[in-house]
Design a protein around this ligand. Structure first.
Ligand code: F0G
Length: 470
């Protein structure tokens, strides 16, 4: 099933387009501001889009996390919340939805993804152990480091090149992993941390062949494979579209197979699972589960609610079943592709191939005259907001933070501004408006100066850092 492109759309007579498999029942008005108002808001926010008030934002592409529109079924499910402290029926519905959809045996709810990351990291990482992963994610790596682990990037080199057209840029480089095992010994590896549609690489998927080969390699050394399932549905859509032998399978079937090669998973349900809050941990090993189930009581809440209301768990159970449907994923990723292809047609530098949840603008290519320490991606997100009130997010040196061993910045190869598309929220007309604003910022790129950081918090600095214009 090939996606229409912006080139083919409208040109082919007799075309058959896809459309969203839903219609809109309730709307939320948007605010439009003037450039002068935005100048003021941005300066007050220290040139950090995280610090803007959302009332001052027109189209909000900060994140796809917790920003999905829920369906009428999910809202109806909210009314069925069983708010008992223990043993809520909504927990059992959620447990069944995860078991049936992902195939793991033992389930714990958590308040969101990082709650699950915290529990698994502190349970399985011994201080000094290495945690190889397919590129870092901010909260994931921090929890691994706080537990005493040392993260090692083992993603394929193509992932660091925004122009490489490799169809599975999320893949683990098995040679890099083997070299790490050879150098340190398998006992020094806590587990391999695999994420679907790798966020920091531009939403790039992992292939079925790669996870299968990883499983075989890890089995030879007795190493566990843990999955960040946050955007796995989207990953599986790419497998169906791009990987030989999967075109006739449903995303649901592909997902079950993929997860079967892993030992456990954590989830930020605020993404793929179509809810505004929630997460979970899922493991197959009973002894590990017992430890985690005990720890969840300390940090999240009882093991049948994990920091969530019953109604949240019900919405999640329903969301899981909606989110694995092929028609949902076709329109979700189709919308991201539509925006990405408009920008590609206009020769605006974005990470290729277009990923699952966002368009990533290549800030180095926008601003070759800036040093990385001038925060080019932070600058680009600021410029976009100034142009149109569209809110993007920095995914570059500010997000990468500092190396705890040296205290220096991490200098990621990718310096990106992320236009993250919330699920089921905006229309194709919004995508046109976004593309036109990016074009205006691209056209004005030469006169742009960078930023300097004037306030830097210790943890996950990008959320709260403040900047000034150079
Ligand atoms: N893993 C990945 C791949 C994520 O993208 C996120 C969150 C998390 C884990 C943590 O989950 O937010 O529920 O605690 N990503 C958000 C984003 C914040 O905007 O990309 P959480």
């Amino acid at each position: 099933m090939s996606q229409p492109t912006s080139q083919t759309m409208g040109q082919q007579f007799g075309r058959r387009s896809w459309a969203e498999p839903w219609k809109i029942k309730m709307v939320e008005p948007l605010t439009v501001t003037t450039r002068a108002e935005r100048e003021k808001c941005l300066a007050e926010a220290g040139y950090n889009t995280f610090l803007l008030h959302s009332d001052d934002v027109y189209i909000d592409l900060l994140t796809d996390s917790g920003t999905s529109a829920m369906s009428d079924r999910q809202w109806a499910g909210m009314m069925l919340g069983d708010e008992a402290y223990a043993g809520s029926r909504n927990f059992y519905n959620l447990e069944a939805a995860i078991q049936e959809t992902y195939g793991y045996q033992h389930i714990l709810p958590t308040h969101q993804g990082r709650g699950a990351e915290h529990l698994i990291s502190r349970t399985v990482i011994k201080p000094g152990q290495l945690v190889p992963g397919n590129m870092y994610f901010t909260t994931t790596r921090l929890h691994q480091e706080l537990a005493g682990g040392v993260f090692h990037d083992v993603i394929i080199d193509e992932a660091h090149d925004p122009t490489s057209l490799h169809p599975f840029k999320g893949n683990i480089d098995l040679d890099k992993l083997q070299a790490l095992i050879d150098a340190h010994g398998a006992a020094q590896i806590a587990y391999v941390s695999v994420a679907g549609t790798v966020n920091m690489a531009g939403g790039q998927p992992v292939s079925m062949a790669n996870i299968k080969a990883l499983r075989a390699l890890c089995d030879r050394h007795g190493i566990k494979v843990y999955l960040d399932a946050t955007r796995m549905m989207e990953n599986c859509w790419f497998i169906q579209q791009r990987e030989e032998g999967h075109a006739d399978r449903s995303v649901a079937q592909i997902l079950r197979e993929f997860c079967s090669y892993t030992d456990a998973a954590w989830m930020s349900a605020k993404k793929d699972n179509l809810v505004n809050i929630g997460g979970w941990l899922a493991v197959n090993d009973w002894a590990l589960f017992e430890e985690l189930r005990n720890l969840v009581v300390v940090y999240e809440g009882l093991h049948t609610y994990g920091g969530l209301a019953g109604r949240d768990m019900e919405a999640m159970a329903i969301g899981i079943r909606e989110s694995v449907r092929d028609d949902h994923l076709r329109s979700r990723i189709g919308q991201v592709l539509y925006l990405g292809e408009l920008l590609t047609d206009w020769r605006i530098p974005i990470v290729q191939p277009i990923g699952g949840h966002a368009i990533f603008l290549d800030a180095r290519a926008f601003y070759p005259h800036l040093q990385q320490t001038d925060f080019p991606a932070q600058t680009l997100a600021a410029e976009l907001y100034l142009d149109s009130g569209i809110r993007a997010m920095e995914r570059g040196i500010a997000s990468a933070g500092r190396d705890p061993r040296t205290g220096d910045h991490y200098y990621p190869k990718l310096e990106l501004a992320r236009l993250t598309i919330p699920r089921r929220v905006y229309t194709q007309a919004h995508m046109d408006v976004i593309a036109e604003s990016v074009k205006a910022v691209w056209d004005g790129r030469e006169s742009v100066r960078g930023l300097k950081m004037v306030y830097e918090p210790k943890y996950l600095r990008f959320f709260q850092a403040r900047f000034e214009r150079l």
